[in-house]
Design a protein around this ligand. Structure first.
Ligand code: FES
Length: 192
């Protein structure tokens, strides 16, 4: 290569020097961009920070008996405005009959019991339930209002959850997890 360059220069090709100059200029521009990029990149939150972010979900359109699924930290979150009948059914179950008697509610102490109210959004909003939509067996997404207990059903290996998201039958070991959440207004739920 250097041999060619020397030959070209010696021959005095008029465009050769211009070409080299142009090439050098471009390399300089690329180099500057490569240096600038890491600085810009550092100013953006990285993926792990974004994954921790909380979300706000407008639930104003959910009448009793309606659900929606939000996405939070890469997982589905089931939000359901339960009917009175669903709440009554859940309250009618004796704690002794539960496979997992622990609330699994991130808003409560770790040893809180899996009563319906402690699985829900609380005494004044007991009809609302918010849960991570990930089967506690191997992580499939359960189907809503299905299964033997009218709650959620995971078809992967047949886990049945009741209307409070508590595991009642099948291989799943735990109730569906309740994430950290709060109503910020009457119609907005903040998750995380
Ligand atoms: S993943 Fe739900 S039953 Fe196995």
């Amino acid at each position: 290569m250097s041999e060619h360059e020397t030959a070209s220069e010696t021959l005095g090709e008029p465009t050769r020097r211009d070409f080299l100059y142009l090439t050098t200029g471009m390399a300089g521009a690329v180099g500057a961009a490569a240096v600038a990029w890491p600085f810009i990149d550092q100013m953006r939150p990285d993926a792990s920070t974004l994954a921790l972010a909380s979300i706000e979900v407008d639930v104003s359109s959910l009448q009793p008996g309606m659900s929606l699924t939000a996405k939070w930290r890469g997982k589905p979150v089931f939000i359901r405005n339960r009917t009175d009948k669903e709440v009554e059914e859940a309250n009618a179950v004796a704690l002794a009959d539960l496979k997992d008697p622990v609330a699994r509610n991130a808003n409560l102490p770790a040893d809180a019991q899996a009563t319906d109210v402690d699985r829900s959004a609380g005494k004044d909003k007991e009809n609302w339930i918010v849960m991570i939509g990930s089967c506690t067996h191997l992580g499939c997404v359960p189907l809503g209002q299905a299964g033997d207990f009218g709650g959620w059903f995971c078809p992967c290996h047949g886990s049945h959850y009741d209307t409070a998201g508590r595991i009642r039958k099948g291989p799943a070991p735990e109730n569906l997890a309740v994430p950290t959440f709060a109503f910020t207004t009457d119609t907005v739920i903040k998750i995380g």
